[in-house]
Design a protein around this ligand. Structure first.
Ligand SMILES: Nc1ncnc2c1ncn2[C@@H]1O[C@H](COP(=O)(O)OP(=O)(O)OP(=O)(O)O)[C@@H](O)[C@H]1O
Ligand SMILES: [Mg+2]
Length: 271
C-alpha cells in the first residue's frame, strides 16, 4: 500500500467516526515529540481536500509550530494573533495549493499558521478564546484539522481536544512504549477527548513479528511531507506530489490501542 492509499483508508475511517458527531474539528496528536503529528496532520488534510472537501488546517502547536514549514507557508500571522484578539481568522488565513497526484489539478486548503510566539500558550488556548477561532474556521471549511503539541508534555492538547470531535493519535512504531501510549489514551479519554483512530507511524515491516506482517511498509517520509527550511511568506507555488511509487509511512488503524498500564517520564518540551 502506498502513502496516498494509506491516507485514503484513514480518511474513510474518519468519515465513519465523524458521521456520528456534529463537530467537524479533529485534533492530531501523540504522546511525545517527533512521532509524526505534523506530517500526519498535513497528509491527512491534503487527502481530505483532494477528495473534494473544504479543508482548514490550523497549527495549535504554539510552542513548536511546523505546519507552515511543511506546507511552504509563513508564520508571521496566525492563531496566536487571533487568540489574543489582535486579528481575525480571515486576516490570517493562507491559501495553500498542492497536487494530489502528478496528473491531478491543483487543490487548495486554508492554513491558519501558529503565528508569532507567545509566552502563555496554555492560557491562550482556554475555551473562551479558542471556541470562536474554531467557529470561524468551521464556517469556511467542511472539516478542520488541528496540529497540536504532545499530550504528555503540556496541557494544551487536552484543552484543544475538548472542543473537537476527537483525536487522531499518532504512535511511532517501535519508538513509543505501549504503557506510554496507554497513558496518553487514558489522559485523552479522562479529558473527554474521544480517540477517533490511531496512526502507527514509521512502521517498518521488516521488523514486524511473524503473523503481524502486512502488505505495506515505509522507507522514509515522502518528500511532499517535508519542505525546505526557511520557506518564507508570499505566494506559494503549487506543491507537486511525490513519486506515486514511494512507499507508505503510516498504518492507519481504527481501534484505540490496548496496552498494559504503566508510567514513563515524558521527554523535555522545548521552551
Ligand atoms: N513515516 C515517517 N517516516 C520517516 N520519517 C518520518 C515519518 N513521519 C515523520 N517523519 C519525520 O520525523 C520527524 C518528526 O516528524 P513531525 O515533525 O511530523 O513530528 P511531530 O510529532 O509533529 O514533532 P513535534 O513533536 O516536534 O511537533 C520529521 O523529521 C519527519 O520528517
Ligand atoms: Mg509537530
Amino acid at each position: 500500500m502506498r502513502a496516498r492509499e494509506a491516507f485514503r483508508v484513514l480518511r474513510a475511517n474518519l468519515a465513519v467516526a465523524m458521521a456520528e458527531v456534529d463537530n467537524p474539528c479533529i485534533v492530531v496528536t501523540s504522546a511525545t515529540e517527533n512521532e509524526g503529528k505534523t506530517s500526519t496532520c498535513v497528509a491527512l488534510a491534503e487527502s481530505v481536500a483532494a477528495a473534494g472537501s473544504r479543508v482548514a488546517l490550523v497549527d495549535l502547536d504554539l510552542r513548536d509550530p511546523d505546519v507552515h514549514r511543511v506546507l511552504g507557508g509563513h508564520c508571521d500571522v496566525g492563531a496566536s494573533d487571533v487568540l489574543r484578539g489582535h486579528r481575525t481568522v480571515e486576516a490570517c488565513l493562507q491559501q495553500v495549493q498542492f497536487r494530489a497526484g502528478h496528473n491531478e489539478p491543483p487543490t487548495g486548503l486554508q492554513l491558519l499558521a501558529a503565528g508569532p510566539a507567545v509566552a502563555n500558550p496554555t492560557e491562550l488556548l482556554s475555551e473562551p478564546r479558542l471556541r470562536p477561532l474554531l467557529h470561524s474556521l468551521t464556517s469556511i471549511a467542511d472539516i478542520v484539522f488541528i496540529d497540536s503539541p504532545p499530550v504528555l508534555a503540556v496541557a494544551d492538547t487536552l484543552l484543544i481536544g475538548q472542543l473537537t470531535a476527537g483525536a487522531v493519535l499518532v504512535v511511532e512504531a517501535g519508538g513509543t512504549p505501549v504503557p506510554t501510549v496507554q497513558r496518553t489514551k487514558d489522559a485523552l479519554v479522562r479529558s473527554r477527548v474521544p480517540v477517533l483512530g490511531v496512526v502507527l507511524n514509521k512502521f517498518d515491516n521488516r521488523f514486524a513479528p511473524e503473523g503481524f506482517r502486512v502488505e505495506l511498509g515505509y522507507r522514509s517520509v515522502p518528500d511532499h511531507l517535508v519542505s525546505p527550511p526557511g520557506a518564507g511568506p508570499g505566494p506559494q507555488p503549487v506543491r507537486e506530489p511525490v513519486d506515486p511509487e514511494a512507499e507508505v509511512p503510516p498504518t492507519p488503524l481504527r481501534a484505540p490501542l490496548a496496552g498494559a498500564p504503566g508510567r514513563t517520564t515524558p521527554g523535555p518540551r522545548r521552551p
